[in-house]
Write a protein that binds this ligand. Structure first.
Ligand SMILES: [Zn+2]
Length: 245
């Protein structure tokens, strides 16, 4: 077993990890777009194309719908990936909207191209409930099952437990964190730590920065609103990402 990283390696966007199970089987976890600072000095082809071999990829597992985790999906389809795209139920419901939006904003307004991409997506998309094992269809004798667990990041977000059981060996568990949320979010269940793991691949989007507490953030918003009301000002709320407005 081997894990290759095709994104979120030198920065924090473009998440795309390949779990190589054996010479005939691998799974991809996320297929995100590079954004912000990571795009400077690089051409579109370099950023968007799927430059790695996908011939052994048997499934794409999606942790959540943010563009830096799913934005290269159309390019993966264009590269010929025809396997299942597996996500939680909420992510599967959101994903077509996110991809349609991403295509319109970043690629094309051509309705027939957008429609073709979305119909491929809906054919390949499989929704799996949280906390339920799902067995992957692989080549040969090796057995692999996956389970989504709540990650508390955005609607539908999950960390993924992957159990790999080669024929003659004991199984090992690899956990892909995706993006993790904080506890006590008003709308999302708090994430619970995985029961066990042999290997953990963990995202660290904010590095060593501490977020402001929820109460302090509410206070600073209140201050801004009170000031705007008192001097007849205008408050602009940037809507840049799902679940962040
Ligand atoms: Zn995210």
């Amino acid at each position: 077993m081997e894990i290759l990283h095709h994104g979120a390696v030198n920065g924090v966007t473009g998440s795309c990890h390949q779990l190589v199970i054996d010479s005939s089987n691998s799974v991809l976890v996320d297929c995100g777009l590079f954004q912000g600072a990571e795009t400077s000095g690089r051409g579109d082809d370099d950023l968007l194309s799927i430059e790695f071999d996908i011939s052994t990829v048997q499934a794409l597992l999606v942790t959540h719908c943010h563009i830096d985790h799913v934005g290269r999906l159309p390019y993966l389809l264009a590269a010929g990936f025809s396997g299942p795209i597996i996500a939680t139920e909420a992510t599967a419901a959101l994903l077509p909207m996110v991809i349609e939006d991403a295509l319109k904003v970043g690629v094309t307004r051509n309705q027939s191209i957008i429609k073709a991409c979305l119909s491929r997506l809906s054919e390949q998309l499989i929704a799996v409930p949280y906390k339920r094992w799902f067995v992957l269809d692989l080549v040969g004798e090796v057995k692999t099952k996956i389970k989504f667990q709540p990650a508390g990041h955005i609607l539908g977000s999950a960390y993924i437990e992957v159990d790999v059981k080669p024929v003659t060996e004991v199984s090992s568990r690899v956990v892909f964190s995706g993006d993790l949320g904080a506890n006590y979010s008003p709308l999302l269940a708090s994430p619970k730590s995985p029961y066990k793991a042999d290997i953990v691949v963990i995202e660290s989007t904010y590095g060593d920065k501490d977020h402001q507490g929820r109460r302090e953030r509410a206070k600073s918003l209140e201050k801004v609103l009170i000031k705007a009301i008192s001097d007849n000002g205008v408050v602009i709320t940037p809507a840049f990402s799902i679940g962040r407005t």
